[in-house]
Design a protein around this ligand. Structure first.
Ligand code: SAH
Length: 271
């Protein structure tokens, strides 16, 4: 037995995946190798997997072939199931005795509504386990060679949603414009023009560097570099698609295209 098999066996003994319980599992930003070993162990034993749009095909390929897959994916403005229906579905699947995995992109508790799902399960007396995942901000930034808190540039980092409960996010713009702070906007693409205008209005330099990381950690990853005032033009010309993440702050100046090659060694090696 190799070391990984030993780890997984130990996990099975200490935290068995039981029927009638739900595992809220973070699938990470896309690259299947960024799953945790615990996530892998748990999804390998799933009987029913309830997943959303952000879970990559490479991660889906690791599910047991016989597992029932339920797509509750949401693309903006077009919800397959409402959140309330998803909560209800998880409760019913667990109460029917299934080993249920709720697979979510990134980390279940970062802008993923995992907290709401856990609360509903608990309210119905269903045992809920949570497996953390690498959230898009840290996964995408690291994989593109942007250190979110390089100490010469940033002493803090904020993860911000560009999308509030009812669409427009009501943000504390003044608090966001702080020296030595990196901002990472999730779901910020469609509102990027407002985001840039508000940050500039509240005192952020128009020349502040920013990056759009499109499909981070996936084979199609693209990193677009610009400045705050040029954000609308960057989007108009490059037309990034979802999912994309916006990183704003001086740390972006550390980005070098070559670091992508370092992060994906196969791209640098001759065939
Ligand atoms: N729970 C997830 C976030 C869900 S919100 C997490 O922890 O990562 C969805 C937003 O996450 C997307 O609109 C996008 O801004 C960001 N995102 C998720 N995966 C991404 C990826 N591979 N590349 C770029 N952005 C990503």
């Amino acid at each position: 037995m190799n070391a990984i098999e030993r780890l997984m066996r130990a996990g099975d003994r200490h935290q068995p995946v039981r029927g009638g319980e739900v595992w809220l599992v973070g699938a990470g930003p896309g690259d299947a190798e960024l799953l945790t070993l615990k996530a892998l162990r748990v999804i390998r034993q799933a009987e029913v997997v309830v997943f959303d749009r952000l879970v990559s095909p490479a991660v889906m390929a690791l599910l047991p072939p016989e597992a029932l897959r339920i797509d509750v994916g949401k693309s903006m403005g077009c919800h397959t199931l409402s959140q309330r229906e998803i909560d209800q579905l998880l409760v019913e699947l667990a109460q029917a005795g299934n080993r249920v995995v709720r697979l979510k992109g990134g980390d279940p508790f970062i802008f993923g509504r995992g907290g709401e799902e856990m609360a509903q399960l608990q309210r119905h007396g269903v045992v809920c386990h949570v497996v953390p995942g690498i959230t898009a901000a840290s996964g995408c930034a690291a994989a593109s060679g942007i250190p979110l808190t390089h100490r010469d540039y940033a002493q803090s980092v904020r993860f911000v949603t560009g999308h509030g409960r009812n669409g427009e996010a009501d943000l504390d713009w003044r608090g966001l414009v702080t020296a030595g702070q990196t901002l990472v906007f999730y779901m910020g693409l469609t509102r990027s023009e407002t985001l840039a205008a508000q940050l500039i209005r509240h005192g952020m330099a128009a020349q502040t560097p920013l990056a759009i990381i499109e499909r981070g950690t996936l084979p199609q990853q693209r990193v677009l570099i610009g400045t705050l005032s040029a954000l609308p033009a960057l989007i108009a010309h490059q037309r990034p698609v979802s999912p994309s993440l916006l990183v704003i702050g001086e740390v972006v100046s550390l980005y070098r295209a070559a670091s992508i090659i370092a992060a994906q060694p196969e791209a640098a090696l001759p065939a």
